[in-house]
Write a protein that binds this ligand. Sequence first.
Ligand SMILES: Nc1nc2c(ncn2[C@@H]2O[C@H](COP(=O)(O)OP(=O)(O)O)[C@@H](O)[C@H]2O)c(=O)[nH]1
Ligand SMILES: [Mg+2]
Length: 395
Amino acid sequence: MNRAILELIDTVELAVSRSTGNAPAEVIAEAQSRVEGLRGRKGHFGEILVVALAGGTGSGKSSFLNAIADEDVAGVSILRPHTQTPLAWIPQERSEGVERLLDDLGITQRVLQNKLPNIALIDLPDIDSIADWHRQMVEELLPHVDAVLWIMDPEKYHDDVLHEHFLSPLAAFEEQFLFVLNKIDLLPAGDVDVVRSDLIAALRHDGFKRPVLFPVAADPPVGARMGIEQVVAHLAEEVDVKRVAMGKAINDLATILDRLGESAVARSGGGVDFEERWTKARDASAQELLAHPGPAAREDAISRLEDLVTALATEVGPTLGADLREKFPSERIEHAVDMKLATDETSTADIAARLEASLGEPLRRLIWRRGVFAATLASGVVATHQLRDRYSPGG
Ligand SMILES: Nc1nc2c(ncn2[C@@H]2O[C@H](COP(=O)(O)OP(=O)(O)O)[C@@H](O)[C@H]2O)c(=O)[nH]1
Ligand SMILES: [Mg+2]
């Protein structure tokens, strides 16, 4: 899926680059910037919401994953640090895009799940201390995942290193951050709200304008888990938001193709029956020139060829049409017809070959440019239709 959208973006980009000379420059520039905008889109380009679990060792990343999964997926450690390799919990269906992403990230441990078909969670490796938790690692991850869910421990959430050196510089990526305050079972019941407000204030101070924070108990030694359903409900909403965003991205791509096609009048599929029409005009002219050498045959041949160029120029759209007219003025056609005098031609095939070299081939090259463009455009349109079906509401 992920791949299908990226391929569509590639195709649209190709169509944009091939539209040079086929569509007006300002339409191309607009299309170009729209495609670039989509390329720069953050997050995982696919229909599954990919969330990385991050936080200090022992904060409860693995426990949180197990709580969401409602089964033991990840090893939970009592002794710290607990070194492990990252593990991904991913939907069984439609996971090709996510699998590719995990390949890129070098995450080999994967657990397939049927519980949340639109959500993938990545339990990142434990690292001895928060200071070693390279910020770059999170920054590098952010463009590839939809969200980073930062898990904190009530005993350590006030750590200055965490806030100043770690979270504050990441505040620029606020829209991709979610926070979890874990182990609330360790707090006296009345303190949860106080700690929650305190943590929100600290995050605001770090630069997060509207931090989204969930108090949970992922693995309390006594009693039931707390707050997990709220996180799941929030992630489900994010899935919907993402679905809408993906649908919009596909619509944007469709609009880009539409505008290019419209301005280039290339939507008829690119066929102007060039070969058939050119061959006819060329051979008729050659026959006439050979059979009745003289001004009448010359005039006839010139106007036949001129008519063809004029017709093609109208059919291929204004941009290429103007180019065609400019490159094939009457003088060029007259010259091609008059060249006969300079050579020793004894058959219609000879004359046809000369017209072919002087007019047919250069014309074909110009028309071909439009054909290639139109074909690229058409394949993009087909791909957008397929993806639209997939992202249509309820699809
Ligand atoms: N009291 C309490 N302990 C928890 C909770 N969640 C996790 N723990 C414990 O915290 C320790 C570290 O958890 P783990 O999931 O391995 O943390 P990770 O290093 O971030 O993956 C384990 O002993 C867990 O049982 C919780 O909600 N309440
Ligand atoms: Mg762990």
